[in-house]
Ligand binder design. Structure first.
Ligand code: S3P
Ligand code: PEP
Length: 426
């Protein structure tokens, strides 16, 4: 953990601001990978610039893809992507990025030699077994059951059964490359329900957009036919999950936060914020005649009973809103968060309670009973969403310092500056 402490700014009144969000991590890293596997050169526009996206770019370059920036701002880049022969002998750093450690190995299994993977110390604890076993079942050799591991292709594809209850990314990872396997793939999930279904829908939607035939008619079974992945011009949507702390600021301060260009239809999990924040007492709508999303709070936050199984990455923000609410909350369906950037359930309980709160872990989630909070250090555990959750609490509670705010660079390197601008706007 970093020793740097960021004094979280306190809101002195209702925040009224418009916050434009850079590109979605999930869309960016899928589009880059699909472009690298495509049947010709393509473009990924408004791609996110962040640690996770940089790691994906570096991994694809190591495997033989040529990526050239066509236009850049501090937060986004338009990439020209030229697929190449998939090269072995490469070493991939997955950092702490689930999308790199789960999406790149199936592509690496098409390389002409071994590809080794490693990542941050905590990344070595994130679940990998089911997807590595699946690669073995499909014909590859894999040394290791978690990071670090080495993938030796080639694989032929075919049928595989796995338990994806720990992460939807096991399914997405296999599906993204599957059209390039000689036999395609049929994946059958057996086990407790797969979390984060919107992310699997995002994978399928993007594959179909690239001309890949995906059959998902049977629950928990996905079939991808072998064939080309069409080169195209992708445009990345704003990251709706990263909208969470900014929209939460409207609830905490009784203000109004607008996010421009909220997609009218999307597979992003963050779209669930519209319903969740409404349930917590916000007014949520579109600015007249535009796609801009407008969220207004009253200053009173209602506790909720919510199953976040589908949208687990929103949990840190919802949990800290619950800590500031007027009534207790229960968050269910998120046992898999124990395998995220950190054990998010333990981290949230520890940090909320350190500030005088009353949160408790359950088998599959959290109970949060509001209690007056006091200042102190909010540890981020190298988790971008813990860091931004600390910032949300800091709006209402004097003297909160977030340890390692720079960890927001995983998906939103400009978080601290954007937060300051949001506060300055009123
Ligand atoms: O495929 C993706 O882009 C993601 C899937 C989800 O993972 P899990 O299913 O492991 O929760 C989500 O939490 C993560 O932030 C991004
Ligand atoms: C779980 C997350 O990330 P990852 O893609 O590393 O799994 C997240 O961003 O909340």
């Amino acid at each position: 953990m970093s020793n740097e402490h960021w004094p979280a700014p306190v809101a002195t009144g209702p925040i009224v601001a418009s916050v434009s969000l850079p590109g979605s991590k999930s869309v960016t890293n899928r589009a880059l990978l699909l472009a690298a596997l495509a049947d010709g050169p393509g473009v990924v526009r408004q791609a996110l610039r962040s640690r996770d996206a940089d790691l994906m770019v570096a991994a694809l370059r190591a495997l033989g893809t040529t990526l050239t920036p066509l236009a850049e701002t501090s937060s986004s880049v338009d990439w020209q992507v030229r697929p190449g022969e998939i090269r072995g002998g490469a070493a991939v750093d997955a950092g702490l990025a689930g999308t790199v450690m789960r999406f790149v190995p199936p592509m690496a299994a098409l390389a002409d030699g071994p590809v080794s993977f490693d990542g941050d110390p905590h990344a070595r604890k994130r679940p990998m077994g089911p997807i590595l076993d699946a690669l073995r079942a499909l014909g590859a050799r894999v040394d290791g059951d978690a990071l670090p591991f080495t993938v030796h292709g080639p694989l032929t594809g075919g049928e595989v059964t796995l338990d994806a209850s720990a992460s939807s990314q096991f399914v997405s990872g296999l599906l993204l490359t599957a059209a390039r396997f000689a036999k395609g793939v049929t994946i059958r999930h057996v086990g407790p329900p797969v979390p984060s279904q919107p992310h699997i829908r995002m994978t399928i939607h993007m594959l179909r957009t690239a001309g890949v035939a995906v059959d998902d008619t049977e629950p928990d079974v996905w079939r991808v036919e072998p064939g080309p992945i069409a080169a195209r011009d992708w445009v990345v949507e704003p990251d709706l999950s990263n909208a969470a702390p900014f929209l939460a600021a409207a609830l905490v301060t009784g203000g109004t936060v607008t996010v421009p260009d909220w997609p009218p239809a999307t597979t992003q999990a963050g779209d669930a914020l519209r319903g969740l924040l409404t349930d917590m007492g916000a007014t949520v709508g579109r600015a007249d005649g535009t796609a801009d999303l407008v969220v207004s709070g009253t200053g009173e936050i209602a506790g909720i009973d919510a199953d976040l199984h589908e949208v687990g990455e929103l949990t840190p923000t919802i949990a800290v809103l619950a800590a500031l609410a007027g009534s207790p909350s229960r968050i269910r369906g998120v046992a898999h968060l124990r395998g995220h950037e950190t054990d998010r359930l333990t981290a949230l309980v520890t940090e909320i309670n350190r500030l005088g709160g009353d949160a408790e872990e359950t088998d599959d989630g959290l109970l949060v009973r509001p209690r007056p909070l006091h200042g102190g250090t909010f540890h981020s555990y190298d988790d971008h969403r813990m860091a931004t959750a600390g910032a949300v609490l800091g709006l209402a509670v004097r003297g909160i310092e977030v340890e390692n705010i720079a960890t927001t660079g995983k998906t939103l390197p400009e978080f601290a500056a954007m937060w300051a601008s949001m506060l300055a706007a009123r």
